[in-house]
Design a protein around this ligand. Structure first.
Ligand SMILES: [Fe+2]
Ligand SMILES: [Fe+2]
Length: 233
């Protein structure tokens, strides 16, 4: 695969103030919880965590949209960027659901976590959008690390490098013979892009210049496959 953007794995936003340190500390606690709960079950880990990852973009878009209506001002493209991020994370979920099947317990965890995380993140975004975007930036740093570990599992033969699901081949415009390894590479590139976008938004809100270089975004299909937009029964 030659059209998958290269990801710089060394990028880490150094905390500059107390809010950044809180965001990083919170992220590290959640990372420890995920490592403890999932260990090396990367397919299951991806499913549960992508149900969480798809929340912040929609919350940020909603609150930014409402604020722009109240203040009658422009959004500088933030709303579409955040809505696209939410859709992209949902496509990660729809892809990994073809790779692994969540257990009943994991489905229950998803239900509980969504309520808690949505309400908590919504409240945080109202109080401090800057901290909210910084947390997402750190979440995405961890996502890049997790998908790098997943790649190693595939390369070392502990996870089967199965054919890529049709939904993934359509969404990332992958060739017919694409495999799970190719899918993980493009998903990781998506996460690296989200990392830079969210750290950039947080820096902008803090009055700092965002980093000049942003991880390139992979190509995505303009239209989702019909079956991907059908509501589950
Ligand atoms: Fe994701
Ligand atoms: Fe992401």
């Amino acid at each position: 695969m030659t059209n998958i953007p290269i990801v710089d794995l060394t990028i880490h936003h150094q905390p500059r103030d107390m809010r950044d340190r809180i965001a990083l500390g919170f992220t590290k606690v959640l990372r420890w919880c995920a490592d403890t709960f999932f260990a090396k079950r990367y397919g299951h880990r991806a499913i549960v965590l992508e149900t969480v990852a798809a929340v912040p973009g929609m919350v940020g878009a909603t609150i930014t949209h409402l604020r722009c209506l109240r203040r009658m001002c422009g959004d500088q493209g933030w709303i579409r960027t955040l809505m696209e991020e939410a859709e992209n994370e949902r496509m990660h979920l729809m892809t990994f659901i073809e790779i692994a099947k969540p257990t009943l317990f994991e489905r229950m965890v998803i239900l509980g976590v969504q309520w808690v995380f949505y309400l908590a993140f919504f409240t945080l975004y109202l109080v401090s959008p800057r901290t909210a975007h910084r947390i997402v930036g750190y979440f995405e740093e961890e996502a890049v690390i997790s998908y790098t570990h997943y790649l190693r599992e595939i390369d070392e033969g502990r996870s089967a490098n199965v054919p890529a699901p049709a939904i993934a081949k359509h969404y990332w415009q992958l060739p017919d013979d694409a495999t799970l390894r190719d899918v993980v590479l493009v998903v990781r590139a998506d996460e690296a892009h989200h990392r830079d976008v969210n750290h950039g938004f947080a820096s902008e809100l803090a009055g700092h210049a965002p980093a000049a270089v942003m991880a390139p975004y992979p190509v995505h299909a303009e239209q989702l496959q019909p079956e991907t937009v059908k509501l589950a029964a």
